[in-house]
Ligand binder design. Structure first.
Ligand code: SF4
Length: 330
């Protein structure tokens, strides 16, 4: 937002690009969880574009992005976040778009030293070089600490009116926002990508391990964002809705998964991912009962629904807390 304003204030026409990778936090988690009901249900990129009065182009890169996640040449960050390869990919895509639309250069909001992996002094040139953008990539918020870019040399933007932000502190950005009259903005460092999340990355790694190969589809990575994930046996896992909003979201997957619902007591919807025999399903039903209001009851009745339709009932004893070993929790 700030980078765009700094350049727009020099009379440059700016349009925005937002990449949809499938790992985005916004527009998903906050939208479905009931406990997040107070948060604004908005796509921050669209909202920012609206505030800036610029056009925004949302590019769905789910398929192409898989290669970035599965084979990052520069490796992962603290979790399964391939930040450097991701930046290279996004700037490369932006460059293609730029050429196709007749624009002249790309700006990003990057700041030297703001992120440990992709925004170090040594890695900023890597993004410019490997994306092919080279000196058509301008970082207005720290440009004065970097070599001159093409837009500066050509006089399209005045280097003296660009900035020299550096480091992790967001105070200079907040001060600039205040100077520009921007009072409402998305939380800085609010975590916009699930790949930086430790628990999400553990679930993704578990998915690959259980399949014996590293691949995913969009539904796989959406489901990793929702519910409590337990793997009682190597060949199946359970996704247990933690609250009403998640339950409603998981309802949409009932036609694809065997699913469990307690009927004698209130309880969450549980999806079963994997191939299960009757004994496995009995165990799964006991887990479902454990997370229901009948957890202390002698018996709980659980309906087992088949993905293609049809169901049957099981009467099970709920698992006790001590019967759910910590290593079942992914
Ligand atoms: S946090 Fe996610 S979207 Fe952002 S650079 Fe890293 S991998 Fe890409």
């Amino acid at each position: 937002m700030l980078a765009a304003r700094v350049v727009m204030d020099q009379g440059v026409q700016v349009e925005g690009i937002n990449f949809y990778t499938g790992f985005c936090v916004e527009g998903h988690t906050h939208a479905i969880r009931k406990q997040d009901a107070d948060r604004p249900k908005r796509n921050n990129a669209l909202w920012v574009a609206e505030l800036l009065r610029i056009r925004l182009h949302i590019l769905d890169v789910v398929e192409e992005y898989k290669d970035v996640v599965l084979n990052p040449a520069h490796g992962y960050g603290a979790n399964l976040n391939p930040c450097l390869d991701c930046k290279v990919f996004m700037v490369r895509k932006a460059l293609q778009w730029m050429h196709g639309q007749g624009f002249d250069f790309i700006i990003t909001g990057e700041v030297i030293g703001q992120r440990p992996m992709s925004q170090r002094r040594e890695t900023l040139p890597v993004v410019a070089r490997e994306s092919g953008a080279e000196d058509r990539l301008l970082r207005p918020l720290c440009a004065r600490l970097l070599p001159e870019s093409l837009p500066e040399r050509e006089g399209w933007v005045d280097r003296n009116r660009l900035l020299d932000f550096n480091g992790r502190s967001r105070k200079p950005q907040m001060a600039l926002a205040a100077r520009l009259g921007i009072r409402d903005y998305a939380q800085p460092a609010g975590g916009c990508c699930f790949l930086t999340d430790r628990s999400y990355s553990a679930k993704l790694a578990d998915l690959w391990r259980s399949r014996g190969e590293r691949r995913y589809e969009l539904d796989d990575i959406m489901l990793l964002k929702v519910g409590r994930h337990l793997r009682p046996r190597p060949h199946f896992k359970l996704i247990v809705a933690r609250e009403e909003g998640e339950g409603r979201f998981l309802e949409g997957y009932r036609h694809q998964f065997t699913h469990l619902q307690t009927v004698s007591h209130g309880g969450p919807l549980v999806l079963v991912d994997g191939r299960c025999d009757a004994e496995d399903l009995r165990l799964a039903a006991r887990v479902a009962a454990r997370y229901s209001q009948g957890r202390d009851a002698e018996h709980v009745e659980v309906e087992v629904g088949r993905p293609g339709g049809g169901s049957y009932a099981l009467k099970v004893r709920p698992l006790a807390a001590e019967d759910v070993p910590p290593d079942w929790h992914i």
